[in-house]
Unconditional design. Structure first.
Length: 361
């Protein structure tokens, strides 16, 4: 094993992963940053809030099938997919993307939650001798705004990059992978470049500093696309469907059993989803906090999941809100009763209009 990786395996179940070092110039937090608006075309960001894992060995698919909501066999060289890992109560403690890398599966873990996520998965990894889960210490994940820059990253394969049409479409570029992400309503196309060895395409290294945007700006794009991420406050708090994960392709309802599957499947097939993820904005004197209560009158009807400042006293949010209260006047409890404004998502959430039993689709 190389010096820049730390592996957990059935052969070495007591191995302790060491968090990757972060270059001083890369800020792992966007808590106090103001995101650029509108989202910048042909710009890129270092996604320092995430780290890359690889699962390798004969038991890779069986191990992942038993712990994640995705059918791993559908993760191919040209298609990456979202997935959730949940506890026995069906509450998600990790939201990841899976990328096929030869015979291995790459995943992105929240750096904030990585230790806890590994500790939970390690309990099951022990059953799969010869299968390892490794932090790629030198890897990098780069967020890209704009098709022109993405094609430049693809280099000689630029013409193939133009064929990436659906979220999750993937192109191998050297030792990395270029992935098309979910769109925003009016912003530039969004991509990620996963570099397993940390090397950047020459075009990014040659870009001047002005073409690099902040992590906060990238996360504002995630909010605009309706793609949530978990924090220590929200990990283990929601069933994946409450985070719209099924509408982002992250829940496969026809696959076999996995931890939390009974609760997740029951909510789907019996039409029991009563709340889901909404996109909102607010003008407030103080920044909304993750986990802050959202009210409709005197009743608490939801909580903030993600929030970012986009201008002076301007904030964009993702929040889980009850369907039967979302269209009423919504206020944020810790912002002096400031009113929230609903914003459209780029994908449909039919459960909000159809509380009847779900079909097997």
């Amino acid at each position: 094993m190389s010096d820049n990786t730390t592996a957990l395996s059935a052969d070495n179940p007591s191995a302790n992963s060491i968090a990757p070092s972060i270059a001083p110039s890369i800020a792992p937090s966007s808590a106090n940053a103001i995101a650029e608006q509108p989202l910048p075309e042909n710009s890129w960001a270092e996604l320092s809030d995430r780290l890359m894992m690889t699962v390798s060995g004969a038991g890779t698919e069986k191990f992942l099938q038993g712990q994640f909501s995705q059918n791993v066999s559908e993760v191919t060289a040209d298609k990456s997919l979202h997935a959730a890992a949940s506890n026995r109560k069906g509450r998600a403690y990790a939201l990841v993307r899976m990328v096929r890398h030869s015979d291995d599966i790459l995943m992105d873990f929240s750096r904030e939650l990585a230790d806890a996520t590994e500790a939970e998965l390690r309990k099951y990894l022990m059953l799969f001798r010869g299968t390892t889960m490794t932090r790629l210490e030198n890897s990098r994940i780069i967020g890209i705004f704009g098709s022109e820059l993405a094609q430049a990253v693809a280099g000689e394969q630029a013409s193939i990059a133009t064929s990436l049409r659906q979220p999750g479409d993937t192109l191998a570029v050297g030792q990395g992978h270029l992935v098309l992400l979910e769109p925003t309503i009016d912003g530039p196309a969004r991509y990620e470049f996963w570099s397993t060895d940390g090397a950047l395409p020459a075009v990014l290294g040659a870009q001047d500093q002005s073409s690099q945007c902040s992590l906060a700006t990238w996360q504002a794009g995630q909010i605009a696309a309706g793609v949530p991420w978990l924090t220590t406050t929200t990990a283990g708090a929601y069933v994946p469907q409450m985070l719209n994960w099924q509408h982002l392709g992250g829940v496969h309802f026809k696959k076999g059993c996995y931890t939390g599957q009974e609760v997740i499947a029951r909510m789907h097939f019996l039409g029991q989803l009563k709340k889901s993820l909404y996109r909102l904005k607010i003008s407030a004197q103080t920044a909304p906090e993750i986990g802050s209560a959202i009210s409709n009158g005197e009743r608490n009807v939801g909580e903030v999941v993600n929030t970012l400042q986009t201008g002076p006293q301007q904030y964009h949010l993702l929040a889980v809100i009850r369907h039967d209260s979302a269209n009423g006047p919504l206020t944020l409890a810790d912002s002096g009763g400031a009113s929230l404004e609903l914003c459209p998502l780029t994908y449909a959430v039919p459960e909000r209009e159809q509380p009847k039993m779900a079909t097997d689709t």
